[in-house]
Design a protein around this ligand. Structure first.
Ligand code: ATP
Length: 304
């Protein structure tokens, strides 16, 4: 019997390195980034619907605020793009169970787009290979190709050109979440403003970080975390500096604003240290809420 419904689980990400090159003529920036997929997951369930009923969508779960339940949703855009590229009539209902905080620099929308590609491929037996999926993914957003593969990878271009990174060991994270997000374009605009008088060179991979990942050395990974958007995120949201300070004070191996923020990600030595830091951050009163996660984990995957 043909399959009528499928659920795909997809992780969030943190950036261990986010180096931003000069603003190009098209307004974009060349990046060198190191992504790590972490264990906070959305679930995208796609179910076949009546012929000619089109694409409908519902959002459930812990983080629904700010997620569009219409054709602005990246999961709908992904479905429409595949329908166009593969010349298909696609009538489906999409339900997104959201656990990835929204507009928090953890690529939740990109994750849902990646999950949708995997789900539609499965449901319609398209037999897409990884390259074909990545091509569709890159048209939907720079972070979408990484959410297909997960693990640890270096992203160049706008982040969509991926090279797998050799990484050993498991890394434990505490995430300080904010109830109000920051929009990615606003953070890049602030970054450009803050760097207006500076000479910005083309970004490079940080070799110390790559060697530390290879050696499963969380202490050096913690000391090597960098994000060129951090100053801009802190400029727009000065309270983030307090959050960064509290985490460092309570023994985090390293801390940085994740992507365009406002999530602050703390790398800790192990699960126990994570629990201690989560308690300290909650007690400090400077964070909205706290989550714990580990990485790397795999990318978008059909749940059987
Ligand atoms: P980026 O990928 O640029 O780092 P982000 O992780 O900070 O983004 P997202 O959670 O992806 O932020 O949400 C950014 C915006 O994308 C939301 O405010 C929302 O308007 C829109 N959006 C579209 N589709 C989705 C989706 N499936 N889930 C969450 N947001 C979505």
């Amino acid at each position: 019997m043909p399959v009528k419904t499928v659920t795909v689980r997809v992780p969030a990400k943190v950036n261990l390195q986010l180096s931003v090159g000069p603003r190009e003529a098209d307004g974009f920036h060349n990046l060198v980034t190191v992504f790590q997929a972490i264990s906070i997951f959305d679930e995208v369930t796609i179910t076949l619907a009546q012929p000619n009923s089109g694409i409908s969508i519902s959002i459930s779960g812990d983080h629904t605020h700010g997620v569009p339940a219409d054709d602005r949703n990246l999961a709908v855009k992904a479905t429409e793009l595949i329908a166009k590229e593969y010349d298909l009539d696609i009538d489906v209902h999409i339900d997104i169970k959201k656990s990835i905080p929204v507009a928090c620099g953890m690529a939740g929308g990109s994750a849902d787009a990646a999950a949708t590609i995997v789900a539609i491929d499965y449901l319609f037996s398209l037999g897409m290979n990884r390259e074909e999926m990545s091509e569709i993914a890159a048209q939907l957003g720079s972070d979408v190709p990484f959410m297909l593969s997960g693990g640890t990878a270096i992203g160049t271009g706008h982040g969509e050109q991926l090279t797998p990174a050799l990484s050993r060991g498991t890394y434990h994270w505490v995430l300080a979440l904010s109830s109000v997000g920051l929009t990615t374009p606003a953070v890049y605009a602030e970054c450009d403003r803050l760097r207006a008088e500076l000479e910005i060179t083309e970004p490079q991979t940080h070799e110390v970080l790559m060697q530390a990942l290879l050696a499963a050395d969380p202490k050096t990974v913690g000391a090597s975390l960098t994000n060129d958007l951090q100053a801009a995120a802190c400029s727009l949201r000065p309270a983030l500096r307090l959050v960064l300070d509290v985490g460092q004070e309570y023994g985090a191996l390293g801390a940085l604003v994740s992507g365009s923020g406002p999530t602050v990600a703390f790398l800790v030595a192990d699960e126990e240290a994570g629990l201690d830091l989560a308690v300290a951050l909650t007690a400090s009163g400077v964070v909205g809420s706290v989550a714990r996660a580990y990485g790397p984990v795999g990318g978008a995957k059909v749940l059987t």
